[in-house]
Design a protein around this ligand. Structure first.
Ligand SMILES: Cc1cc2nc3c(=O)[nH]c(=O)nc-3n(C[C@H](O)[C@H](O)[C@H](O)COP(=O)(O)O)c2cc1C
Length: 192
């Protein structure tokens, strides 16, 4: 890794995503994966509803994921081209580890769905931060597959949504630093 992790502040200041297609082994050890997922569940959650959950896709089930994604893709786009199908397969097979994060709101609760979805986003973010803290890199992707009912039904139930496919691994090249927003545009002092 290329980051200075010597303090919690440095950890937060240096975290960034990697491209899953550029991730290689090693992925997280079982102990690291446990710590990463534990951190993901330690998030603000109004009403203690745990309106999210995580489904780990083990390495030996990536082929099954690729088959699922191809079936889902064909259902939406009959007669796909070879290049498209290769991209679908590449998505399923990339990076050493994959966690599918689900937003699983309690629809009957008085807690607004918006707040429950915010909690799911926080859980995904904690997962990424914990990944960085382990000296690994994460990448949060959605894409068409996150919005496919066929894919969602393979991981969750109606009413749940795929918040993201979070890939974890070791970067094979220096991570790009993407432009960050201007402070003045996104941070201000309240003027009553
Ligand atoms: C909900 C969500 C979905 C995303 N889906 C994609 C995606 O499908 N493809 C992509 O290239 N980036 C996607 N991104 C953006 C990547 O995660 C991006 O690499 C990230 O925002 C980089 O910021 P960071 O370095 O601060 O982590 C998504 C981000 C979020 C929050």
């Amino acid at each position: 890794m290329f980051n200075d992790l010597s303090s919690p502040a440095a950890l937060m200041a240096t975290r960034r995503s990697g491209k899953p297609r550029d991730m290689a082994a090693p992925g997280p050890t079982p102990e690291q994966m446990t710590r990463i997922l534990n951190a993901a569940t330690r998030v603000p959650d109004h009403g203690k509803l745990a309106p999210w959950r995580f489904v780990v896709v083990p390495a030996d089930r990536r082929e099954a994921l690729a088959a699922l994604l191809e079936r889902a893709y064909r259902a939406e786009r009959p007669d796909p081209g070879k290049v498209e199908l290769e991209a679908v397969r590449q998505f399923a097979m990339q990076a050493p580890a994959l966690v599918v994060a689900l937003s699983a709101p309690a629809h009957a609760s008085h807690i607004p769905i918006w707040e429950q979805e915010l909690s799911a986003g926080a859980a995904c973010m904690n997962l990424l931060v914990a990944t960085h803290a382990e000296g690994l890199v994460g990448g949060w992707l959605t894409g068409w597959a996150a919005y496919s009912d066929i894919v969602r039904d393979a991981f969750g139930v109606p009413g749940e949504r795929i918040a993201g496919f979070i890939f974890i691994g070791t970067p094979t090249r220096e991570l790009d630093e993407r432009p960050r927003p201007d402070r003045e545009k996104v941070i201000s002092e309240w003027q009553p």
